[in-house]
Structure formats: structure tokens, C-alpha cells
Design a protein around this ligand. Structure first.
Ligand SMILES: *Cc1c(COP(=O)(O)O)cnc(C)c1O
Ligand code: SF4
Length: 447
């Protein structure tokens, strides 16, 4: 156990690093924002208005801070990525522009052409089969008592690894999408379906991102759901707290709509919570802490879902710090997901083994209720499973076999490690159609 004298300088003690929150005017290091005051930076309208949506803007705002080669690499990235760019000035200025290639935030939001790898042969556009398990548009009903409702397809930032890249964030050079905005008629169909589905107690409102719903829309959706007698819990899913905490601090109308909904839920004896998405400690600053103080003051519980990613958080130190740091600001770590097998993400995926080892390393570092569960959301719609609960794992070829007895009783499910992490021999086998089929059949036969 570490023993720390009471008058020690906390900022120098590794075990207490998670209590340090960056609070400098970091955005003033970006040439285009050198004169932006703290007050302007705090304004959610300023953040939205100045969000970066094109590589040309990256170049313009950074001036000589980055090399021509890097900009060229970003342009190449745009020819390959399934996701458009959208980044708030807050996240953009947290990127280490002296070394953008290695930066965990840059990796998530600004893909470079040179880092893309060919998709895994078994990748799926709708990896989690959300469309197959959809009884009405915008709704996935896979588990008996909980549903996933996607009322919008826009977000305050676009993650280049989005699991719903098939619908989120508008068409790109490589992908035509049927995005949709708010559509009250379709929402009403969802409420109608849920009214007729007495088993459902729990609704995840995701998307897209609940940050992009107006206060009126939050009220409309929330009240309609809370009014259904058997619905006991709703969660608003937003990456906003991580990538745009200024909205929590200065968009009073939006916060009021969430707080009102929370109050209404309480009056009905029902839960209204927020689920957010911090992936690495680099994303956490004094702004995150201030946003959480406001939400905590309102009595709103916030939980976190992170995605395990190469070079972002697949290291014990990053994962332990993330866990402790979000716990410290009253966010409950909930899940860490193995990366879904969607297109354009091979360079960000990790092996199942890395997930299992990180789960072992993180457990025990803090309170059990503040320890995330590491899960694999099974390709093909088996749902979320604990990473160590696979039935069989051929580590050499990166094939794992899973079951989901309560969700789909008779079916087996497969998850595949990224090819570039396998031995050269195994990679060669994956290049051969016959070997590929044999490896998969062999793994399945073990279960
Ligand atoms: C993740 C998910 C849920 C919610 O699952 P929890 O494990 O309760 O967080 C519900 N429906 C679908 C389709 C999901 O993918
Ligand atoms: S915030 Fe969520 S839905 Fe939006 S782009 Fe990122 S991962 Fe996709």
C-alpha cells in the first residue's frame, strides 16, 4: 500500500494523478483561437459555431503548427473513412498538435490515410444486427425488457469508429447514408409499439446523440416514454459530457429540459439517467469536472461506456487512470467494449486477449461499483457478454466462439481479432478462402 504524508505535493504523486484536472487556457495555443477568452470558450454557441468539419478548416485554424504532410495524410483519410469530420473546438484544442499522429484524441476523430488497414474479412456493416432486431424504424428490441431507441442520427462530434457509421453523420466519399433527423411521426410509432410491449421496462435513447435533441424534443420523447406505465428506466446517451462539457455549463434551456425530465421521473418513481462516453484520461479536464458538478447537483446519475482502442486506452495505466478519474468526478464506469467489427476500424481494434488482460488489471484498483465490466457486443446480435465468458478462443488465428443463452438460445456467435495483430503465418491463412473456412469451422466444432 502507498503511504502519503498529509502535506505532500499531490501533483507529484503518481497514485493521485487522477485528481489533477487540466485548467489552463489550452485553446489559446491554437493559432486561430489565440485571442479567445475563457468566457467565449465556455459559450456552447461559440463551440458549435466553431466546430471543425473539413480538413481545410484544420489547416486554416492551425496554420504552421502542423506539417503539410500531416494535412495531406488527413486528406487521404477522407477518401477512406465512413464518417464525416465534426469536432468541437474543446476537443480539437486538447489534441497534442506537436505530436498529432500519436494523440489518442486525434486517433478517434481525425483519421489519417496512412493508418487505415483493410477491413477484416468477417467485418459487418451492421455489426450488432440492430436493423435485423428492429420491429419498427428507429428501435432495436433484442433483449426482453430493454430497448434501444435511435431518435436522431446526428452528434456534436463524429467518431471515426462509430458503430453506427451506416446511418450516423451523413454521406461521405465512400459511403451513401440514409441519415434522418427528428421525425415525430416515427417517434410516435415507437411509443405505440412500446405501449403494446408490456415486457419493456428500460429504454436507451441513443442515436446519434441526445445532445442534438432540442429541449422541446427531450420533453416530448421523455414524457411520452415516462407515461407508459411499464417503462421504469430511461437513459439519455450522449458523448457530450466528454467532448462538449460547455453545453452542460451554459445551455441552460437544454439542461433545464433534462432536469425537468429527471424530476418528472422521480415523481413517477422512475429513473432518468445519462450514459456518456469518455475513452481516455486525456479527455478529462476541469471542464468535465465542472459539468459533472452541475449534473451531480441536480441529482442526475451519469454512467460511462468506453470503447477499447489501440493507442487510445489499451494500456493498463490509461485504463486505470480513466477508471479512477471518472469515478472521482462522480461518473460510474459501466462498460468497456471490445471494438465492434464495423468497417474502417481495423487499425483501432484490439484482440480479445487484450480485453481480458485489462479487465484483470483494472479490477481491484478502486471500488467494485466503480469498476467497468469489459464486454464484447457479439457480432450478429448476441448482445453484450463479459470478455472472459467466451466458449472457445483460438488465439493463434484470432477466432473466439460465444453463446448468448438468454438472448438467442440455439445460436453461436463469433468475434475475430484484428489480423495485423496475428502471426505472419496466421495472417497468411486468413488470406486463403479455404483456410479461412476451415479455421472458423474448427473453432465452432470445439463448442
Ligand atoms: C446495449 C443495448 C441495450 C442496453 O443494454 P445494457 O446492457 O442494459 O446497457 C439495449 N438494447 C440493445 C439493442 C443494446 O445494444
Ligand atoms: S457519439 Fe456515438 S453515435 Fe455519435 S459518432 Fe460517436 S460513436 Fe457514433
Amino acid at each position: 500500500m502507498v503511504s502519503i504524508p498529509y502535506d505532500a505535493d499531490h501533483s507529484k504523486i503518481p497514485e493521485l494523478q487522477h485528481r489533477n484536472f487540466r485548467n489552463d487556457d489550452f485553446w489559446t495555443e491554437i493559432p486561430g483561437w489565440a485571442s479567445i477568452s475563457r468566457g467565449e470558450f465556455a459559450d456552447h454557441r461559440w463551440q458549435t459555431k466553431n466546430s471543425i468539419r473539413k480538413v481545410d478548416q484544420v489547416e486554416k485554424i492551425l496554420g504552421k503548427r502542423v506539417s503539410k504532410d500531416f494535412i495531406k495524410d488527413l486528406k487521404e483519410g477522407q477518401h477512406q473513412t465512413p464518417m464525416n469530420i465534426r469536432i468541437t473546438p474543446y476537443v480539437f484544442s486538447l489534441i497534442d498538435w506537436d505530436n498529432p499522429i500519436e494523440d489518442p484524441l486525434r486517433k478517434q476523430f481525425l483519421p489519417t490515410g496512412s493508418t487505415f488497414l483493410p477491413d477484416h474479412p468477417m467485418h459487418l456493416v451492421d455489426s450488432l444486427s440492430e436493423d435485423d432486431d428492429s420491429p419498427v424504424p428507429m428501435l432495436t428490441h433484442r433483449y426482453p425488457d430493454k430497448v434501444l431507441f435511435l431518435p436522431t442520427t446526428i452528434c456534436p462530434v463524429y467518431c471515426s469508429y462509430c458503430t453506427r457509421s451506416r446511418i450516423i453523420g451523413g454521406s461521405t466519399e465512400t459511403l451513401e447514408k440514409e441519415t434522418y433527423g427528428a421525425n415525430q411521426k416515427k417517434w410516435d410509432d415507437v411509443f405505440e409499439y412500446l405501449t403494446r410491449s408490456p415486457l419493456v421496462e428500460d429504454v436507451v435513447i441513443s442515436g446519434g446523440d441526445a445532445y442534438m435533441l432540442t429541449p422541446e424534443q427531450i420533453k416530448y420523447i421523455g414524457e411520452n416514454l415516462l407515461r407508459i406505465p411499464h417503462i421504469r428506466r430511461i437513459r439519455l446517451a450522449t458523448k457530450g459530457i466528454a467532448v462538449f462539457p460547455q453545453k452542460i455549463l451554459t445551455d441552460d434551456a437544454w439542461i433545464k429540459s433534462v432536469a425537468d425530465l429527471h424530476k418528472l421521473g422521480k415523481a413517477f418513481g422512475k429513473q432518468v439517467m445519462i450514459h456518456t462516453h469518455f475513452s481516455s484520461p486525456r479527455e478529462i479536464t476541469k471542464w468535465s469536472q465542472m459539468a459533472m458538478e452541475r449534473l451531480f447537483g441536480l441529482g442526475i446519475t451519469v454512467r460511462n461506456q468506453a470503447v477499447l482502442q489501440e493507442g487510445v486506452n489499451n494500456h493498463v495505466d490509461a485504463m486505470v487512470k480513466l477508471t479512477r478519474q471518472i469515478g472521482f468526478i462522480n461518473i460510474q464506469p459501466y462498460y468497456v467494449y471490445l471494438h465492434d467489427m464495423v468497417p474502417g476500424c481495423e487499425h483501432l481494434r484490439t484482440t480479445l486477449r487484450e480485453g481480458v488482460e485489462l479487465e484483470k488489471a483494472v479490477r481491484g484498483t478502486t471500488a467494485g461499483f466503480n469498476t467497468p465490466t469489459f464486454v464484447c457486443d457479439l457480432p450478429g446480435g448476441g448482445g453484450k457478454r463479459h470478455v472472459a465468458s467466451y466458449e472457445y478462443y483460438d488465439e493463434e488465428n484470432g477466432v473466439s466462439v460465444w453463446k448468448a443463452p438468454y438472448v438467442k438460445k440455439e445460436q453461436t456467435f463469433l468475434y475475430f481479432d484484428p489480423l495485423h495483430k496475428l502471426s505472419p503465418e496466421a495472417q497468411k491463412r486468413w488470406g486463403n478462402e479455404g483456410d479461412r473456412k476451415a479455421m472458423i469451422a474448427e473453432a465452432k466444432s470445439r463448442v
